[in-house]
Design a protein around this ligand. Sequence first.
Ligand SMILES: [Fe+2]
Ligand SMILES: [Fe+2]
Length: 231
Amino acid sequence: MLPYSQVYGHNTTVDISRNQLIKIPVFKTTILQDGYIDYLLNEKSNNRMKNETGTEPKFTTKTSPKAEPALQELFMDSIMDIYWAENHLVKNLPKMIDAATSSKLKTAINDHLAQTKTHVTRLEQVFELLGEDALAKKCDAMEGLAKEGEGIVESTESGTATRDVGIILASQKIEHYEIATYGGLTQLAKTLGHDDVAELLYQTLTEEKAADQLLTDVAENDINFKASEEA
Ligand SMILES: [Fe+2]
Ligand SMILES: [Fe+2]
């Protein structure tokens, strides 16, 4: 395994013997777990590596010691944050179901509660794939968004379409937060070379987007008009 390398765009400078540097073009760089990166070299680079090192090129080498562990740490922190958020929603969504009046809205939130439990399980699979314990780190954003939903319920009358509109508004803010989180984390997982994790996060992202769209449909086709008649 080569001891050290620095990546400059599509070129990488490889230290082949601690004091002999060569610069070679790279087609694709993939960052792997444990601080290693995989290079996909073109034929010319392959031949040059063979000539200058006298051996077949090895495509796995250590990445810069500073950059990748920090990014991996940020990624893990964000996974712990969304794990807290999903668990919080499992506790919070039943309150929204109880507070809602429209049967379509109750069903939509209830179905998403079941999905949210799956999101928790999926994140536990993510921790497992990354070889980490499943730990939750308090998500201030989700705590605030959930509180806002509860505030809307407290400030509206029971049994009204107006309260349902408020619940949809609060729920869609939550979905958008989750969409932003899972969208960003899916990309980051790919950047870090965790393709299996990226696939799991992408599945959840798809479900969050569908939940958001369903809430829009319920509002537009059913509840907003009723609420406007209450005014
Ligand atoms: Fe979720
Ligand atoms: Fe969600």
